[in-house]
Design a protein around this ligand. Structure first.
Ligand SMILES: Cc1cc2nc3c(=O)[nH]c(=O)nc-3n(C[C@H](O)[C@H](O)[C@H](O)COP(=O)(O)OP(=O)(O)OC[C@H]3O[C@@H](n4cnc5c(N)ncnc54)[C@H](O)[C@@H]3O)c2cc1C
Ligand SMILES: *[C@@H]1O[C@H](CO)[C@@H](O)[C@H](O)[C@H]1NC(C)=O
Ligand SMILES: *[C@@H]1O[C@H](CO)[C@@H](O)[C@H](O)[C@H]1NC(C)=O
Ligand SMILES: *[C@@H]1O[C@H](CO)[C@@H](O)[C@H](O)[C@H]1NC(C)=O
Length: 481
């Protein structure tokens, strides 16, 4: 039998202890929020699946259990919540697609703001611009645009959300033609840290700059207006899977592709995998209905599986089965280079097998290295927190493992691998001190100068002091500028 305690029976000492407990203090904040917004508030005791779905991430190590989940319905809800978390100094998080690779970037033990209900997709009458709510996933946007003749410069695989992806930069299948996703933004609907709603566009150059790579440090974005780009009805592309024995030939082909391709409609990602399932993956995309000559270097390498086909962009965007490798602990790490040489890519392949051999001992699963041979997309760069007018080539490390006790081991190995490859890139003449770590791929230990360069980091700090003097956004996890 559980005794039913009346508040009147609590001694003052016990009451003091209880009021310090986060759950009780927290439920006050959550109650206050529930009374101030039109969206729904869900607690851990909630029997619907909203709470559990809203806090889920691609990497389980990016999730935490909050006091409550708030499904906001729009800018006014966000405004009200920001005022409450600011005045009570309550830790909070903002989650869009939940693909953050760092713990606590979009998770919290406090108030979890879910943007899941913000799924508006509004194409302008002339089809020149599109407003997307920050609860959308890119593949849903592509499906909605199927057949319209226009597209947005968004994500490459199933999963990432419009929010973090755009606010961190955004490498797209259309980047060689139009730049990063952030370069195609016309305006942001932003709730400032003090709860004031505002529209940020070229008329506010400081915040416009800050939101292009600054992620969640400058407020909460509810929707973004992007420019659209023309989209042919049919594109060519798909995924190919290879044995490890094909890796040397894939490296040769990728160096040839990187050196010789001049067609910005042709892009590839080469993934070298170590760990429990070693091998390689090639994702190819052409923004037109035929296989271009640019892909010739890959012609004579035989895959075990091949889905290359002429299809709609909406169907192509689902080519990579990215969800198959979700649900484990994991992290990203990154390094930007100015080129890709055979020696560098061979060193990358060696890293994947070298550390892949440690997987069994340390509950390691997939250890993958994504090679992204872009052209000079920097010509489309706008004034951005994340500098890219010099067209840095981001390398993406994605390691996954199963045991929490191995978190620091693998994160340490990832940084060690980045350090080693940085040395190799220096020797190969493809290291450029003006190229920084792409925020959407970087470990949380990176600080402003490593992500944005010293000049941009200093400018961001000034903007942060101006727009967030109370340091409200620091109640949410994220990079330190
Ligand atoms: C399977 C997979 C594929 C990927 N593919 C690509 C790719 O092709 N190109 C590429 O560039 N990157 C890619 N990424 C990296 C991806 O861009 C980042 O992980 C990105 O931050 C995810 O955004 P999200 O909204 O899904 O994540 P979330 O975890 O929801 O958010 C990430 C960060 O952004 C903040 N944030 C999100 N929405 C808002 C908002 N509206 N206002 C303020 N802050 C906000 C969050 O608080 C958090 O700090 C990929 C990642 C994965 C796991
Ligand atoms: C896109 O539209 C085409 C017709 O133009 C249709 O055949 C296809 O099924 C649609 N694809 C998706 C993913 O909606
Ligand atoms: C392979 O990688 C490991 C770890 O970085 C390094 O110590 C070793 O020298 C590399 N081997 C070759 C042949 O590059
Ligand atoms: C909120 O911040 C903005 C930008 O710094 C400022 O213009 C506005 O006056 C502030 N609002 C309140 C209510 O303090």
């Amino acid at each position: 039998m559980l005794p039913v305690l009346s508040p009147l029976l609590l001694t003052s000492a016990l009451a003091a202890v209880l009021s310090d407990r986060q759950t009780l203090a927290g439920s006050n904040v959550c109650d206050q929020i529930a009374g101030s917004i039109s969206g729904q508030v869900y607690t851990p005791l909630d029997l619907t699946s909203h709470y559990s779905q809203d806090i889920e991430h691609f990497m389980s190590s990016s999730s935490e259990n909050p006091m409550c989940v708030v499904e906001v319905t729009g800018t006014e809800d966000v405004s009200a919540i920001m005022k409450i978390v600011a005045s009570t100094r309550t830790p909070f998080a903002v989650k869009s697609g939940g693909h953050a690779s760092n713990p606590s970037f979009s998770s919290t033990t406090g108030v979890h703001i879910s943007l899941a209900k913000l799924t508006q997709i509004i194409l302008s009458a002339e089809k020149t611009t599109i407003e997307l709510g920050m609860g959308n996933h890119w593949t849903d946007v592509y499906t909605a645009l199927n057949g319209t003749g226009v597209n947005v410069v968004g994500g490459r695989v199933v999963g990432p959300g419009t929010g973090g992806f755009t606010l961190g930069g955004g490498y797209s299948w259309l980047t060689d033609q139009y730049g990063l996703t952030s370069d195609t933004v016309i305006s942001y609907n932003l709730v400032l840290p003090n709860g004031t709603a505002t529209v940020v566009d070229a008329n506010n150059p400081d915040l416009f700059f800050a939101l292009k790579g600054g992620l969640n440090r400058f407020g909460v974005v509810t929707s973004i207006v992007y420019k659209t780009v023309p989209q042919p009805d049919l594109v060519y592309g798909g995924i190919q899977l290879f044995d490890s024995s094909a890796v040397p030939a894939l490296i040769e082909a990728t160096v040839a592709f990187q050196t010789d391709n001049a067609d910005p409609k042709a892009q590839v990602i080469l993934t070298l995998n170590g760990g429990t399932d070693p091998g390689a993956i090639l994702l190819s995309f052409y923004d037109g209905a035929e296989r271009p000559a640019a892909f010739d270097p890959y012609n004579n390498i035989n895959p075990n599986l091949d889905t290359l086909a002429v299809q709609t962009f909406a169907s192509f965007s689902q080519a990579a089965p990215s969800t198959l490798v979700s649900g484990n602990r994991g992290a990203f790490a990154t390094l930007s280079t100015s080129g890709l040489t055979k020696n560098f890519l061979t060193a990358v392949a060696n890293e994947s097998t070298y550390y892949g051999d440690l997987a069994l001992l340390h509950s390691g699963l997939l250890l993958s290295y994504d090679i992204e041979p872009f052209l000079k997309y920097g010509e489309y760069a706008t004034d951005s927190a994340f500098p890219h007018s010099n067209s840095p080539l981001p390398l993406n490390l994605y390691f996954s493992w199963s045991l929490e006790t191995e978190d620091s081991f693998w994160r340490g190995i990832m940084q060690q691998s980045i350090n080693h490859l940085t040395e190799v890139s220096r020797k190969e003449g493809i290291y450029d001190p003006q190229m920084y770590a792409y925020p959407n791929y970087a470990l949380d230990t990176y600080t402003g100068p490593q992500l944005y360069g010293p000049t941009n980091a200093a400018r961001l700090k000034v903007i942060q002091e101006q727009y967030d003097p109370e340091e409200v956004m620091l109640l949410a996890g994220g990079f330190s500028l």
